[in-house]
Design a protein around this ligand. Sequence first.
Ligand SMILES: [Ca+2]
Ligand SMILES: [Ca+2]
Ligand SMILES: [Ca+2]
Length: 406
Amino acid sequence: MTNQYRGINSLVNPVDDKPWMFYSFNDGVNVGLVGTSYIWQTPLKREERRFETIRSIEGEPQPTWEWNATIYPEFLADIDGDGRLELVCRMLVGYSTSPRGIAVYDFETGEVKWRFDMPCIVHSLLYGDFDNDGKTEFIVGTISYKNTSKIINGFDDSSGYLAVIDTSGELLYQEQLFEGFGSVNLSRLPYRETQDKAIYATISTDERKKRNSVTKLSWDGKRLQKHESWDLGTYFDPRGQPYQFHNMDGSRKWRLFLADKSKGLIVLDEDLKPIPHDYQGFIKSICAVGDLDQDGFSEIVVYTADKHIEILDHNLKVRASLPSPIMGDEAVRLHLAETGFDSPMLVAAISGNQVFYYSYNQLSAFVIFRNWVQAYHWLITLILALFAISSLSFILYTQLQFRSLS
Ligand SMILES: [Ca+2]
Ligand SMILES: [Ca+2]
Ligand SMILES: [Ca+2]
């Protein structure tokens, strides 16, 4: 039994631009989802919407561990063009296989419109009209944890898949990319800015022997066609944060950052050509990318193998480094926290139920000098006093000498 809120995410209603915050909870048997939105007027009005609960699949043995089923909303859009909004969610659960896959709700009534059940977890989900036929589709990349031998809708939990599902929940295409533990991470360039419809699939299997790669793909309505590809040669953590393209300096240059387990940081451009850099640190995970200090250039927040939180600037130079506040081997997650419109973001380090916040500011030479003076005023006073004493004694000494000469 748990009342813990999970899967917190916010999405904007595309019809009226109203932001909605969603959270999921479960009672050990059913997993629910609630959406809230505030109307900023006096008195403040709060609108709440409850979505149909989802049960674990019947016959599934109740796990002895905590059933952490979560509904995670990804898109709020009219996916099928019927004039009504749908809320598209990933169904997530650890160890147990139910529920996993995709759930689509009617946003107005809160009823489940369709579900696509899978024994494996949807690691990443893209949505758009990738073949320009006027109809949108979902591109799915899975992560296999080998929790079950069940096969549902042609998928299993012991291999990695790429798939395409239409907006009524029908499977259009499926391809097994590897066998064993690993993930298929998907990313794309932001369509509004680039008009680009390429799909990038990163395969990470946590094994040196298997092919770990990034491949550029396109959807032609029938299959996912492969184009450029970049082979890692080594491997990286399949459980890492989904890798995304970032525009670091407001230019039209897009960069994909990957944390390789033996080579360290790898930077690729949109044609999957590696970009040379001289960052030497060894990154365990790339946690977040964003403009922390609002100067128009993005920073990268990374967690290093020697348990430091580091902030790299857009040229991959280390700008800040501090030891992790969490002792021991506990996993640390780093996120960027918005603090309101036009104000700098905070870096949140989360482990278990502990959260630490850090701010990142670039200091001008004057501020650095002032901070230094404030921190070391006793030292400065001491140096000045020593200088005064030595000057005084020199004057006295020369005067004494002068007198003795006269
Ligand atoms: Ca609709
Ligand atoms: Ca289409
Ligand atoms: Ca910045």
